[in-house]
Ligand binder design. Structure first.
Ligand SMILES: [Zn+2]
Length: 295
């Protein structure tokens, strides 16, 4: 079977559909970014106009494709690079257990990373949530993006993905005065469109190379055993997925994992530090609540 590049495939589709369109009353353009643009009800426009529209569609596609040629999808980071580091990450908050997790990390003089949402378990603008988030941030832990509402980004258009990123960015700037370059796509789900759109918003996608299993129904005792196993294997680095929204993670698992990892000689740091990248793109004063602070 002949395989076409996305550009070739789109051009082929346009030519087929434009020819088809002349004999019917609509043109469909299967765009390379998965979107399908349909121009319907062209009838009874003259064929010359239809031909002109085909040409315009094709040139628009070539401009778009041209900007993508040679532009490989941005990399997705799954692992730390600094030897002997572990990045403990905590997703899906901010939630009621966040300060518990923060305090455990602080007790052992280590740092972690919180990939937070805008409106998931709690609304990020609620005053007690703002207080918890600022507390965790001031304790030196990294705050990064997990999108506004925790959707499966693979199912969204570029505009919707952008909205998910920008809305949380706005909240983090207002509440903490930060701009983050780090984003974890919910469920670890992404495709080329997600990668490109995130990159357009200056986001590096971060997933994980090890899962504590705390959000998929494992008991915390099983998660502790999982930590025992990975510590025994002693990989050079670890980028560990946990959830601050799990009560047993906050109250039992974090302390267990931190002590085991420290005993094994690892350095527990933020994602930024384990990648040797800046913690934030920019950092300024906290904002003041106004009428826009709403979910
Ligand atoms: Zn999540």
């Amino acid at each position: 079977m002949t395989s076409f590049s996305p550009l070739e495939e789109s051009c082929r589709l346009i030519s087929v559909l434009c020819v088809w369109g002349i004999n019917s009353d609509r043109i469909c353009l299967n765009h390379i970014n998965n979107g399908v643009l349909c121009i319907a009800s062209l009838h009874p426009r003259p064929l010359s106009m239809l031909a002109k529209m085909c040409t315009l569609l094709l040139s628009a596609l070539l401009v778009t494709a041209g900007s993508l040629v040679g532009r490989a999808p941005p990399k997705v980071i799954e692992s730390c690079v600094q030897p002997n580091t572990v990045a403990m990450t905590f997703d899906d908050g901010p939630y009621i257990y966040q300060t518990v997790v923060s305090d455990v990390l602080t007790k052992y003089n280590v740092t972690g990373t919180f990939f937070v949402n805008g409106d998931n378990y709690d609304c990020i603008y609620d005053s007690d949530v703002v207080d918890r988030l600022r507390y965790t941030f001031m304790a030196g832990h990294q705050i990064a993006s997990h999108t506004w509402s925790h959707p499966n980004l693979k199912k969204l258009s570029a505009n919707k993905i952008t909205e998910e990123i920008v809305r949380l960015d706005t909240a983090l700037l207002a509440i903490l005065g930060i701009r983050t370059n780090f984003m974890r796509p919910p469920y670890g789900n992404y495709n080329t469109l997600v990668r490109q759109t995130a990159a357009d918003q200056n986001k590096t996608l971060i997933t994980w190379d090890w899962d504590s299993g705390d959000s998929v129904g494992e008991s915390y005792q099983d998660s502790e055993t999982d930590y025992d196993k990975i510590v025994a294997e002693h990989p050079t680095t670890l980028l560990a997925l946990n959830h601050e929204t799990e009560k047993n993670t906050a109250h039992y698992l974090v302390e267990y994992a931190v002590t085991k990892l420290l005993d094994a000689g690892y350095k527990l740091v933020t994602v930024a530090e384990c990648l040797d990248l800046p913690l934030y793109a920019s950092q300024g004063p906290f904002g003041t609540r106004d009428s826009t602070w709403q979910c």
